[in-house]
Design a protein. Structure first.
Length: 221
């Protein structure tokens, strides 16, 4: 017998720690929790990244730059496969946020609705019922599948789409109400600025060159 044959199973079957079974066991009375304090009480639960009351790390780190994370749009997401598998939409019909809430596929109308094109188990057979979908966002694959089956799709757009003037139902989805100037814009005509620049150093109003007034001579003359 080799030593590794003995130690291979060492620690595999560890005896559990029996606490609160008398002081002679070493884990009686306070059962390893110490005297008083938060962790000794029942129902204690520390917050994530709690550091004992000192200034947490995420507050000590300097915050620099700008992030759009707080302005992101969170959707209620429903797959097309989940819709057609539900008994309420098995024979087709109208699909909107109100109907999906009644069916239990989304929780409420606190977020905009987005429909995705994953058919799940019906991927091979495809969509065989007529659906009239009204949602804030619909993927291009959903539009293709639903219209191909004789249904209709109406995208109402999110608040961001409305502000930017984007029509989600048209093929051209370029914003009509730009809030920012485009970066790659054509060069403007700066001729009026160049005229002002050339006019510097000339006489007042008439463009005459500055010089000594006529009739006056210098002392050297």
């Amino acid at each position: 017998m080799m030593i590794h044959d003995i130690t291979a199973m060492a620690g595999k079957y560890k005896k559990r720690k029996r606490i609160g079974r008398g002081e002679s066991s070493g884990w009686g009375k306070t059962s390893g929790r110490g005297h008083k304090g938060a962790k000794s009480r029942s129902g204690y639960s520390a917050k994530k990244a709690f550091e004992g009351g000192q200034m947490p790390f995420f507050r000590r780190v300097a915050k620099r730059g700008f992030t759009n994370a707080q302005f992101r749009t969170e959707f209620w997401i429903v797959n097309l496969g989940s819709i057609i598998q539900h008994p309420s939409f098995a024979s087709g019909g109208e699909v909107n946020a109100k109907k999906l809430i009644e069916a239990g596929l989304i929780r409420d109308d606190s977020r905009p609705l987005k429909v995705l094109g994953d058919l799940g188990e019906n991927a091979e057979s495809g969509l065989s019922v007529k659906l009239d979908i009204t949602a804030n966002r619909v993927t291009d694959s959903v539009r293709k599948i639903v219209t191909g089956a004789g249904g209709s799709v109406n995208e109402t757009g999110t608040r961001r789409d409305i502000v930017r003037g984007i029509d989600r139902n048209s093929e051209d989805r370029t914003p009509t109400k730009l809030t920012k100037k485009p970066k790659n814009r054509a060069a403007k005509d700066f001729s009026h600025l160049m005229e002002k620049k050339d006019g510097k150093g000339k006489g007042k109003g008439k463009g005459e060159s500055k010089g000594k007034p006529e009739g006056k001579k210098s002392k050297k003359d």
